[in-house]
Design a binder for this molecule. Sequence first.
Ligand SMILES: O=C(O)CCC(=O)C(=O)O
Ligand SMILES: [Fe+2]
Length: 332
Amino acid sequence: MSTSLDSLPIIDLSLLAGDGADVAAFDQALLRATHEVGFFYLVGHGIPEDVVEHLFAEAERFFALPEADKLDVEMTRSPHFRGYTRTGGELTEGRVDWREQIDVGAERDLVTGGAAYNRLEGPNLWPDALPSLRPTLTDWSQRCSIIGMTLLRAWARALGAAEDRFDDAFDRPSTLIKLVRYPGRDGDKRQGVGAHKDPGVLTLLMIEPEKAGLQVEHGTDWIDAPPVPGAFVVNIGELMEFVTDGYLRATRHRVLSPPAGASRLSIPFFFNPSVDRAMPHIDLPAELAAQAPGVSQDPDNVISGTFGDNLLKARLRAHPDVAAIHHPDLVG
Ligand SMILES: O=C(O)CCC(=O)C(=O)O
Ligand SMILES: [Fe+2]
């Protein structure tokens, strides 16, 4: 499992349009990559190049807006953790991340009362100065959701479950897109984003062409994961590890800041269940169960099955300013 590896595996989604043998080959490659590494490149996903180019152009336009326009949609105005975070405004492992970003989640009505995680539901903050952002990100979210569901069905098959095993949990998915910009490093500070596991189920990441910086933990090494043209970098989060007793791995990753004066854009899409749902547990076939280490619970980062609980924990920790303004009762 911890044999050395120079780069992430590459998996071709278009195999799923082939015959039974192609589908089986895809499912096995997916299972192996996420058991051994937790990360892979996904090619053959069918999203046209010009759609991706348009998305990055939109991200560039957003970050180039006057600061006042970005601060109009600052996350501190949103109890639902939506909107803009300025560089240095976010923490990972208690240390400052050197990146600016806007978070856009599933557009929902407010829910008053009930479980604390209901506070994650609500409207996004859309910048008046860039009206094209909303249709662009809505389209991207729909495209990524289709790929996400396709991958979840393949995991279910490969893990020996019915292929619709995860469908119900995703009837009202919690999607989240981040547009992220990493400025060049400031002195000897290099934490673009600190080492972390994603708190949810599945992440589909697009990286600006030719921009290195992402690193993925493997055994005692950090593997560089530069962008492969047109490919997503895909990884699973803590909840997928949780429901497979650790057979599938949520892997720590980090981003090193680009050189001084340079910058790097990235666009992660997080695909997760409804806030009130848990991912169903998978009863692994015996030969897979024998290789499942169980879930190691970190006392500083306890994994709970219900998605909203897991996400709220991560959000309160990453955005202490939003927590202090809108959720003082939750952070004491
Ligand atoms: O920017 C990247 O390449 C990765 C970002 C990431 O890991 C995250 O936002 O969870
Ligand atoms: Fe991440």
